[in-house]
Design a protein around this ligand. Structure first.
Ligand SMILES: Cc1ncc(COP(=O)(O)O)c(C=O)c1O
Length: 383
């Protein structure tokens, strides 16, 4: 089995596992980080170290990092939290049609509560331009929520240019950076994003842990969505998952040191794979805009989506996003880019990462070429 689904999740790095182990066992960091005794203080120190490691990768202050259970929760907290704080009834949100479901469904929920939402359509290149966002603003716009890197096509939005434009206009900007952190350069000291969501399991850390960056100056104000003991500055109650948090810190620390070189290596593997597919005609690379290094989304003319996936059972790849592949509907992201149902269905997302080798890339490309040619030879869709 060749694993080319790093955008869905990444394996834990062995160094991260090693960092996490002491937080799981007796005489380690097993105490509650909120407890006022020596073991509790040790656990707290480990949490704060991890908070600083996460902040460092993003160019943030440690006090701006709120730990959550992952990017889904961070996105919910950011979007619902801002709107609830501002007052739902009058509020307007600007987002895009190709956000992750956890943003889209949160927006749809808020619409049932009286909010208004504008869903921007990306260009054929897969990006939303800052001008599109500015055109959509109204005097009631409380929040813009836009992803930095799209999970299905890897295309990046120009958040560096958008953020100062929104700051000038006094509109809050939330960015879903689940696919971006560690893969592209993020410096929140230079880019005035107000809220930013990240997840550890997209970055060689454990599943079930993520964070929301909440800017302090100027302060982004939110209503908490989880009430309880007042953890995480009152924004996210619940006993801190020390082992997960330590793992996320270690994963982000590794990315801070190795991310830039790794991104170059992964981008080269992706291009090598794309070159390997060039023996096939009538294939289309989805999302021509500037992109993060790890995702390649390809539509194959003249094959049926279901047969294509079945023929590649020894490759772990994704048809659209993993979260929505249970629905067997053509990807809403590819549809928004203008692909018709048939072509959207005959599309695969290949995503590459830390443990991908050139040998795997070559073998996978060869396998895809072979199967697409075979399916076309027996397909009524191909002439
Ligand atoms: C862009 C994007 N946002 C949010 C999420 C959700 O992240 P998590 O699995 O940490 O809840 C994902 C992962 O599927 C993603 O790719």
């Amino acid at each position: 089995m060749i694993y080319l689904d790093y955008a869905a999740t990444t394996p834990l790095d062995a160094r991260v596992l090693e960092a996490m182990m002491p937080a799981l066992v007796a005489d380690g960091l097993q105490a509650n980080a909120a407890s006022s005794h020596a073991p509790g203080f040790r656990a707290r120190a480990a949490v704060e170290r991890a908070r600083a490691q996460v902040a460092e990768l993003l160019g943030a202050e440690a006090s701006e990092i709120i730990f959550t259970s992952g990017a889904t929760e961070s996105n919910n907290l950011a979007i619902k939290g801002v709107l609830e704080f501002r007052g739902l009834r009058q509020a307007h949100v600007v987002t895009s049609r190709i956000e992750h479901k956890c943003v889209l469904d949160t927006c749809r929920y808020l619409e049932t509560q009286g909010a208004r939402v504008t869903y921007l359509k990306p260009g054929a290149d897969g990006a939303i331009t800052p001008e599109q966002v500015l055109d959509a603003l109204t005097p009631d716009t409380a929040l813009v929520s836009l992803m930095w890197v799209n999970n299905e096509i890897g295309v990046r939005n120009d958040i560096e240019r958008l953020a100062p434009l929104l700051r000038e206009r006094g509109v809050l900007l939330h960015v879903d950076a689940a696919q971006a952190s560690g893969r592209i350069d993020i410096n929140l000291k230079q880019t005035p994003v107000d809220l930013l969501s990240v997840s550890a399991h997209k970055a060689y850390g454990p599943k079930g842990i993520g964070a929301l960056f909440v800017r302090r100056k100027p302060r982004a104000r939110l209503a908490p969505q989880m009430h309880g003991g007042g953890h995480e500055q009152g924004m996210r109650s619940g006993t801190l998952a020390t082992h997960q948090i330590v793992g996320m810190g270690a994963a982000f620390e590794i990315l801070r040191r190795e991310g830039a070189a790794e991104a170059e290596r992964i981008a080269a593997l992706r291009e090598r794979f794309w070159q390997g597919l060039q023996g096939l005609d009538r294939i289309h690379r989805n999302g021509a805009g500037p992109s993060a290094p790890h995702v390649l989304n390809v539509s194959f003319e003249g094959v049926e989506g279901e047969s294509l996936r079945a023929s590649l059972a020894d490759l772990a790849v994704s048809s659209g996003s993993a979260c929505s592949s249970a629905t067997a509907e053509p990807s809403y992201v590819l549809r928004a880019l203008g692909r018709d149902d048939e072509l959207a269905n005959a599309s695969l997302r290949f995503s590459f990462g830390r443990f991908t080798t050139a040998g795997e890339v070559d073998a996978a490309a060869e396998r895809v070429c072979l199967q697409v040619k075979r399916l076309r030879s027996i397909s009524a869709l191909w002439n």
